[in-house]
Design a protein around this ligand. Sequence first.
Ligand code: S3P
Length: 426
Amino acid sequence: MRIEPAAALVGHVGVPGDKSISHRAVLLGALGEGETRVRGFGRSGDTQATVEAVRALGVEVEDVAEDELVVHGVGLRGLRPGRVDCANAGTLMRLLVGIAAGQEGTFELTGDESLSARPMERVAEPLRRMGAEVETTDGHAPLRVTGSAALRGIDYRLPVASAQVKSAVLLAGLNADRPTTVVEPAPSRDHTELMLEAAGARLRRRPHAVTVEPAGALRLGEVLVPGDFSSAAPLLVAAAIIPGSDLTVHDVGLNPRRAALLDVLERMGARVSVFNRRRAGREPVGDVQVQAGELVATRVRAEEVPALVDELPLVALLASHARGETVVSGAAELRVKESDRIEAVTDALRATGAHVRSREDGWTVRGVPARLRGGRIDSRGDHRIAMLGAVAGLASREGVEIGGAEAVAVSFPGFYELVEAVAQRS
Ligand code: S3P
């Protein structure tokens, strides 16, 4: 796939439903009582894996439309043991381990090559403390989980800020004998907490901790999924970089634990406006307009990282176009995403002419307020790196060739069509 330079990005668009919330709607719907209707479902490789996973465990899921599902819940302990292929989806695998911990029987979870290289002890360890048997393969998938009908509630301090691990422990906690508390080093996304509250579970929330009480039943009824902020982000960043751009993404999720990229864009000098602030269920939503501005360097530190973790590759690209030196630190988690995103980003941006150095936990970027040359970027099979390549191409002088461009289908199958719909070419 080749992405040619754009003169500007102009227009009004929408993006598919949020991936994190779509996974959770299907999983919690499966554990619920009766029907859960999911509207605005973001259908992609990852979320389809979640639909197939719950089907493999005895849950009926009706495909009402491309973006609408009805999940027929089997109750909190009603999943049928079996084998699940989690494909590329880390959220699916980690949340499902937490769910399986409270079911009777043995569940086998496998993933693709990338997912099988990602750390799984972080989720196995707290669940063992709760009483489940969790076998990893040298710390990785394939996993075997034998659940327990007598899980113990625990107090658990997360060693890394991870919404996936937090969610796994909370979901197991629904089936435990007493309240379960998770303490996190920095606030990570809270979609699980918001959806559990909507389903009638009892939670106590503090800024760095959450406690869930054992639950008798969950009832969701309907989930309205907002547009995925992480899918809007590449377009917003391209608009921030390319002079003359004026782009609005409508109906996008603005959960403050997800949308810190907007703060970074503003302090770097882009013009950001949010209109029509409202809620979809308990999730904040709005329309986001970005206009290009003269960009200046910034710093991103550990405390901010969870709220823009999937957007950090784009921050490195922004920094390449911003006057001064940007340092991103406290982001070592990027090394264990769908690829080692610290090295993938450094290689990709250098290949287009940027001045980027990897750190153990981020990057140092020396920016120049001008177009990068362009070149060839390899996605390493990682959807977010493929999207980074597309934005780099739009903002370049000569365009970018993306190797492994099809990886975008993991989260956003129509991504390139949407890019072409807003790219103005002189
Ligand atoms: C996710 C949490 C984040 C994020 C991932 C989705 C989620 O991972 O990077 O894309 O849906 O909970 P960690 O919680 O492991 O940091």
